[in-house]
Every structure is written in structure tokens, then in C-alpha cells.
Design a protein around this ligand. Sequence first.
Ligand SMILES: C[S@@+](CC[C@H](N)C(=O)[O-])C[C@H]1O[C@@H](n2cnc3c(N)ncnc32)[C@H](O)[C@@H]1O
Length: 197
Amino acid sequence: MDEKLTALTDQLHRYGVDHDAGKPDRLDRLRNLEPDSAALLALIVRATRTQHLLELGTSNGYSTLWLADAVRANGGRMVSVELDPDRSAEAAANLDRAGLRSVVELRIQDAADALSESADGEWGMIFLDAERPAYRSYWPDLVRVLEPGGLLAVDNVLSHADQVADFRALVTADARVSEALAPTGAGVLLIVRDPVC
Ligand SMILES: C[S@@+](CC[C@H](N)C(=O)[O-])C[C@H]1O[C@@H](n2cnc3c(N)ncnc32)[C@H](O)[C@@H]1O
């Protein structure tokens, strides 16, 4: 990440923290990913040379900037979906400022629809950061649309462990995947679809 983008992501991080501090209703918050988790995911994108990435939950595009910068380094592209059109518009403006707008297709779409409309094995990596109670219902499509050897990252598995307990039980019981928990930020669960399954 170059200096200009580092300055922008630092600025956005501070903005998100300040913004959220004044919002008692969690749905009004931006709920940006923690910087150490963003750096970890961007590193994974580079290490795995991911070229097709799906983000579920754009908010104002903080994590999107990190991921898009890494995907661009691989010569790839990403799609990021968000239900709230105002948030998606903010993300578009932030991507413009970062010079990353052409790397990302922003969709105002339900995560469930983005998954059901994806082809089998379409995505090398998926970042899941939306509404946790729905994750369990996404599981069949998440595995189907990940390419063999592809990686799914899920945020907030430590900060909201109770809300993802049923999802985590599904993952652990599924022989088609392997998992590891990275205790950075709010806790990022890393799940790899086995290369042969
Ligand atoms: C935790 S925030 C995402 C934060 C973002 N990844 C970042 O780091 O800046 C969750 C976002 O998901 C959106 N969202 C919630 N349910 C969704 C759904 N079913 N489909 C798409 N987006 C959804 C919310 O509007 C919210 O902006």
C-alpha cells in the first residue's frame, strides 16, 4: 500500500471510530473492520494471488479499499455488495479518492442474492462482514461459490461469538473445509475450501 492510500485508510479509520461513537443504534454505525484485520486480509489476498474477490457488506468502503488495493496488485477485480444505497455511494466516493474505483464493482444488493447468483467456484476469496444471524443460511452457497482451495474470511467471530456459534458449528462439522481463527481485531475466522472436494 502506498503512502497516499495509507493516509486515506488512516483517515477513514479515524472517521469511522468518531462517527460510530456518536451512534447508539448499531445499525447507524459504519462498523468498519479493525486496521490489523484489514492488513491481514490484504496480505492474504496478495499471498494467495486472488483475482476474483467477493465482499459481503461494503459499508462506506473501508475494508474495500484494503482489499481492492491488494486485488489490483494481482491484476484482479472485486465485487462488493451492500444493502444501503447511501453507504454504497460513500464507498464509491472513497474508492474514487483512492484511485481504485475501476477495480471494484459496487452493487446495492442483498448478500444472499449475490451468493445465489454466483456461479459454482466463481470466487477465489470471499469476505463476509454483514448481519451475523444470516450467516448460517449462507453456508451452502458460500461453499458452492468458493473455488476449490478458495478462502472465506468472516469478521467478528470473537467480538460476537454468541451470534456466530451456530454458523461456526456448521463450519466445523463440514468435511469439505478447513478453518483457523486469527485473533486479530474482532476475530477473523479463516476457512479454506479443500482443493479436492
Ligand atoms: C459490519 S458493516 C461492514 C463494514 C465494512 N466491511 C468495512 O469494513 O468498512 C456491515 C454492512 O453490511 C450491510 N448489510 C447488512 N446486511 C446485509 C445484507 N444482507 N446484504 C448486503 N449488505 C448487508 C450493512 O448495511 C452494513 O453497512
